[in-house]
Design a protein around this ligand. Structure first.
Ligand code: SAM
Length: 227
């Protein structure tokens, strides 16, 4: 796989081991995401290589997919379900959903993220997700299909993402589908939840604690179902 070509000689590959409910996932990512900042890309459309870090929200989301819910043991929750991850970055939640038997499409607006997400699933499981470039601000969803579950970790960090994601997500959901968004208390999250509620979704929120760089981060897991 062409992971190194995405690093342009600016940084190295690194690995982080993540425990997810008794399984260890070995996640490969760029060693220094900041080294990949491209001034021209940023000047053009404010793209920054946030994909290149594994964020605490992805860990919280991945772990939540492996826990029993009030209604289901984890195997029943995901087996055979159609799942799409938005802003997948290096793809830990997609890999965990795949391991739980879901049919997964991992999406991002960086091709590099898709290659890392696919590599990480293949390296940990021996099989990978479908991948697809998808920009929330100019979504081209022809042929992508519809999904029982939309996943996203730490995607509400810019105000302009709120209307874009609130418009896109309902178009991806099958009837009765649900949405799981992991959010490290971004200030735009309440307005996203209000917009979704106005569009007929019922939100419920759980707190998860994730150790990160010697601290504990609180990640909110917002579950949205249609009323
Ligand atoms: C903070 S990172 C989180 C990455 C990953 N979900 C995680 O938690 O480790 C935000 C992710 O959203 C992606 N993203 C940002 N803006 C996007 C857009 N307009 N369309 C699609 N993906 C986008 C970034 O490339 C990045 O992978």
């Amino acid at each position: 796989m062409r992971l190194r070509s995405h690093l342009r000689g600016l940084t190295e590959l690194a690995e982080t081991l993540i425990e997810v409910e008794g399984a260890t996932y070995r996640i490969t990512h760029p060693a220094a995401a900041d080294a990949l900042i491209d001034e021209e890309e940023f000047a053009r459309d404010e793209q920054l290589p946030y994909w290149a870090d594994l964020w605490p929200s992805a860990v919280a989301l991945a772990r939540s997919l492996s826990r029993p819910s009030a209604r289901h043991v984890p195997e029943e929750r995901l087996a055979g379900r159609r799942v799409v991850e938005l802003g997948c970055g290096v793809g830990l939640p997609s890999a965990v959903a795949l391991a739980r038997g879901a049919r997964v499409t991992a999406t991002d607006h960086y091709a590099a993220a898709l290659d890392f997400a696919r590599y990480n699933a293949l390296a940990n499981l021996g099989y990978g997700p479908c991948t697809r470039l998808l920009d929330w601000h100019a979504p081209r969803t022809e042929g992508i299909g519809c999904f029982d579950l939309v996943l996203a970790a730490d995607v509400l960090y810019e105000e302009r993402n709120v209307p874009a994601l609130a418009a896109l997500i309902p178009t991806l959901l099958a009837p009765g589908g649900e949405v799981l968004i992991a959010d490290p208390r971004r200030k735009n999250a309440p307005s996203f939840l209000e917009t979704m509620q106005a569009g007929g979704f019922r939100p419920s929120t759980e707190e998860h604690s994730v150790p990160s760089d010697g601290r504990t981060i609180t990640v909110l897991l917002h579950r949205l179902r249609t009323c």
